[in-house]
Design a protein around this ligand. Structure first.
Ligand SMILES: [Zn+2]
Length: 221
């Protein structure tokens, strides 16, 4: 399957799973050579035409410049910031309902916007900072991702949605589902004072075992 076909498959699955509706959200795949294939501005992720995608290239400074195809989304600087952290892979940005709901609550800690209630959250996501609000498409969102002094593979964008990085399309689908479910759990349990997060030690152990970052950055003095 070509990169363009893989991107279309990713978009289709996100829509089938109810994680993207209308023309909300955008997705991209960066190949190892630095070429990025992205969903165009204002398109339905469930109906991406592999022949009509946006093609961009990474500049030496890590920005993304369009080289061909349909007009890229104005939210591309956020994808560029994720690729500056991780290199080749997949970036998903959705306005999925539960992620937006959670992004309107005060963050649980500086390194995790929601309490970790279920083990799969620790295994698939780990740290989840809440990136302060900026208007959609504001390049400052990319800068805030750069400036976050934390290891993370996914973040909530305040009053907006989620952004995450994954190595593969299948991992991206699984992580988006897990994150939206974790947000759904967090919002429903926020109304129950007795609800308890998973014990910190268990979260740290599961995250470490699955190569997911957990906790504040430890800087050696
Ligand atoms: Zn958005």
């Amino acid at each position: 399957m070509s990169t363009a076909e893989e991107l279309a498959r990713l978009g289709r699955r996100l829509v089938e799973l109810g994680l993207s509706r209308g023309t909300a959200g955008n997705i991209s795949i960066r190949e190892s050579g630095g070429t990025v294939v992205a969903s165009p501005s204002g398109t339905d992720l469930g109906a991406l035409d592999p022949a009509q995608l946006s093609v961009l290239t990474s500049t030496p400074s890590g920005a993304l410049e369009q080289v061909s195809g349909a007009k890229a989304s104005k939210e591309v600087p956020m994808h560029a910031a994720m690729y500056r952290r991780f290199g080749a892979g997949v970036v998903v940005h959705t306005h999925s309902f539960h992620a937006v709901q959670s992004s309107c609550l005060p963050p649980w800690t500086p390194y995790c916007a929601i309490p970790p209630y279920a083990p799969y959250f620790a295994m698939k996501i780990g740290n989840l900072p809440l990136i302060p609000y900026r208007h959609p498409g504001d390049p400052a969102l990319g800068e805030l991702i750069d400036e976050a002094d934390l290891e993370f593979r996914a973040a909530l964008l305040a009053h907006h949605g989620l952004v995450l990085f994954a190595e593969t399309v299948d991992e991206a689908i699984a992580a988006t589902v897990e994150l939206d479910d974790a947000c759904r759990l967090a919002v429903s349990l926020a109304q129950i004072p007795q609800a308890r997060a998973l014990e910190e030690e268990a979260v740290a152990e599961l995250a470490a075992r699955n190569g997911r970052p957990w906790g504040p950055r430890i800087t050696s003095s």
